[in-house]
Design a protein around this ligand. Structure first.
Ligand SMILES: *Cc1c(COP(=O)(O)O)cnc(C)c1O
Length: 385
């Protein structure tokens, strides 16, 4: 069956990104690829093996179903870590399969000990500590209780990591809050160490922190958005561009994703006619419109109605009328010889033009993250060179 569109993932671009990011953090820091949100829309099943091929062997997901999808396609030597949701009922499964997971409530620790006794393997846990993000993380009194539990049960628990999450390192507005978080993290780490709680990994950094504050790299970094070729913010990009250790003129990060489809049909519309639903677009001249089989159900935002562009025959064609659930129309009056079946680029490059996810998202008022994860799960992901 032919799907209405496809997403291509560039292996060479990914290899460049991963090599660059690994170079930035150095050999002593473990590279973790964060693949939550269907690998930021890139597709877990296609993306994970590709990343393995580029030298990654440690992946982080948000929940158990994502972990199961990653388990189904990963190499036996790769490791999976769950950062957020694991139901108590799934802890046996995680311990059995040597999947590690964040612990931010004590019930999860009790269940881990039970699971370890049942399964006969140690539970691999990452203790998440509260440092000021105020989302998940064990506070001081919970940590005191945890230390007591751990002392009595250390044969059932392997503390693989001690971690926290920072409150927005992509913006300088959060500088002070993050500095305070780091102080708190290091203090808590000492207390844990003094009480015999030691871990293989210490980690706090996502892409923005790792690329802005070297001291946040500890010995593990959880890279999300940057591996896909996006700077977490314009600020982070500019900081790196101008900094002593990373300055560049040619962007070292490359988008790996392109989104492509084909024209379904061509419509010749006289002047003075409304196009599609409602009255948002009126032709002012005889207009040639191309119908594209993509709509907001695939992740093409309705906010791009009358505003967005696609590329056809190396030229920009503007969306006319409303983006429908699974169709949209573009103006091709100025592009000669567009026929049914013509190639269309929704995100990516064609000739000298490029539709970038961020220009797409500036227009639609979404950040890259949100736009990427909206790309429908059902669109086939294809690996290209
Ligand atoms: C999503 C996430 C990351 C990765 O963040 P990026 O900004 O995409 O690099 C790291 N750690 C945690 C806990 C996350 O949820």
């Amino acid at each position: 069956m032919i799907y209405p569109s496809r997403i291509e993932l560039s292996k060479s671009a990914l290899r460049k990104n991963i090599n660059y990011l690994k170079r930035r953090i150095g050999k002593k820091v473990k590279f973790v690829s964060v693949i939550k949100g269907n690998a930021y829309g890139h597709g877990i099943e296609s993306y994970l093996p590709l990343a393995e091929n580029c030298g990654v062997d440690y992946f982080a997901v948000s929940d158990t179903p994502e972990a199961a999808r990653a388990m189904a396609v990963k190499h036996p030597s790769s490791h999976i870590m769950i950062m957020n949701m694991i139901d108590n009922g799934d802890i046996d499964w995680a311990v059995e399969n040597e999947v590690s997971y964040f612990v931010f409530n004590l019930e999860r620790i009790e269940k881990s000990i039970e699971a370890s006794k049942k399964v006969g393997k140690k539970a691999l846990v990452h203790i998440e500590i509260e440092t000021g993000f105020n989302r998940t993380g064990l506070n001081n009194s919970e940590l005191t209780e945890f230390i007591e539990i751990y002392k009595r049960n250390s044969e059932y628990l392997e503390i693989e990591g001690i971690c926290t999450h920072l409150a927005g390192a992509e913006s300088v507005a959060n500088y002070l809050r993050i500095q305070n978080q780091l102080v708190k993290y290091n203090q808590t780490l000492h207390i844990l160490h003094d009480n015999g709680v030691k871990s293989k990994y210490r980690h706090v950094a996502s892409s923005a922190a790792a690329l802005t504050y070297a001291e946040t790299r500890m010995n593990m970094v959880r890279f999300g958005i940057a591996q896909f070729g996006f700077w977490p913010s314009k600020e982070t990009r500019m900081y790196n561009m101008l900094s002593d250790d990373a300055h560049f003129t040619k962007d070292p990060l490359h988008r790996i994703l392109s989104w492509k489809t084909t024209v379904t049909s061509i419509k010749h519309i006289p002047a003075g006619e409304f196009v599609g639903y409602g009255t948002s677009y009126l032709t002012t001249e005889p207009t040639v419109a191309a119908v594209i089989p993509i709509g907001y159900c695939h992740g093409f935002s309705r906010n791009l109605s009358n505003l967005g562009y696609v590329l056809i025959k190396k030229k920009k064609a503007q969306v006319i009328g409303m983006v429908n659930m699974n169709m949209l129309m573009v103006n091709v009056t100025h592009i000669h010889g567009v026929n049914r079946g013509e190639d269309v680029v929704l995100i990516g490059r064609q000739g000298r033009h490029e539709i970038t996810v961020s220009s797409f998202s500036d227009l639609a008022n979404y950040v890259n993250y949100e736009l990427l994860v909206r790309l429908s799960y059902e669109i086939p992901r294809i690996v290209v060179d």
